[in-house]
Write a protein that binds this ligand. Structure first.
Ligand SMILES: NC(=O)c1ccc[n+]([C@@H]2O[C@H](COP(=O)([O-])OP(=O)(O)OC[C@H]3O[C@@H](n4cnc5c(N)ncnc54)[C@H](OP(=O)(O)O)[C@@H]3O)[C@@H](O)[C@H]2O)c1
Length: 223
């Protein structure tokens, strides 16, 4: 893939001290109000926010902005077979300000496509495998004018981006809890790399200490 035809990807997440982005029962409530304000500010600076199907199914987020003036952006959902409920907030809540693009595989049913298109969502197909081809998706998004994306998880989708070396920056909030649980979702899930040298290396660019929280910024070290 041509690096110039790829949106700039910022991975943004809040995690516990032990690296979990939700508790074992799926409680995602890690951020305080200050953190949300910062994340919403970041949302005003990008062309799109992206999440995986798991995050829609578990949290049903609106992916909107509460705290700042702005002119909207795309919400992008990665959902191989268009399984998310048609009544999801990303479909029903303010589609004019936040148009939704759902990225699927080629084999998604025509009936599901018609249903989602009738609600104003745009369907973008990428790949013939069992899950969405993220690498092939990058130029498609770029050609729609999406030059920057805030990747807001969850752990499974984060792994796909890390695996393919697609993350350019990271903004990570460390929240003051340890929740444990081998079934609690971690910042990055998936099969993982076998050696450190196979993984993407990041360089620390900023650390902010606020109340009981730590906010850490990294950028990718070019290979
Ligand atoms: N604290 C935070 O900052 C934060 C932020 C976001 C989410 N979360 C938490 O994360 C949890 C959800 O994470 P999750 O790992 O279960 O789900 P996820 O990463 O949101 O979504 C993963 C799903 O996306 C679909 N997908 C399609 N193509 C894919 C591809 N190429 N790579 C990866 N996924 C692909 C797959 O389902 P199909 O194949 O069926 O399409 C996959 O199971 C929730 O508990 C949520 O609260 C926390």
């Amino acid at each position: 893939m041509n690096e110039t035809e790829k949106p700039f990807i910022i991975l943004s997440a809040a995690m516990t001290i032990d690296g979990k982005i939700a508790s074992r029962d799926g409680d995602p409530d890690l951020s305080d109000e200050e953190d949300w304000k910062e994340v919403h500010k970041l949302r005003t600076e990008v062309d799109a926010i992206m999440v995986g199907k798991g995050t829609i199914m578990k949290d049903n987020p609106k992916l909107h902005i509460k705290y700042h003036n702005h002119s909207g952006y795309y919400r992008i959902i990665i959902d191989s077979n268009l399984d998310i409920p048609i009544k999801s907030n990303v479909i029903e809540f303010n589609p004019k300000l936040y148009p939704t693009i759902i990225c699927t595989t080629e084999s998604v049913s025509k009936e599901r496509i018609r249903l989602f298109e009738s609600k104003g969502a745009k369907i973008l197909k990428s790949g013939t495998g069992s899950t969405v081809d993220i690498v092939n998706l990058m130029p498609k998004l770029y050609n729609l004018g999406i030059k920057s994306v805030l990747l807001e998880g969850g752990g499974t989708l984060n792994w796909s981006f890390i695996q393919h070396n697609l993350v350019d920056e990271i903004r990570l909030t460390i929240a003051p809890w340890i929740v444990g649980g081998s079934n609690a979702v971690s910042l990055v899930e998936g099969e993982g790399f076998s050696k450190m040298t196979e993984s993407t290396k990041f360089s620390l660019i900023k650390v902010k200490k606020r109340n009981n929280y730590l906010v850490i910024y990294y950028e990718k070290v070019k290979r």
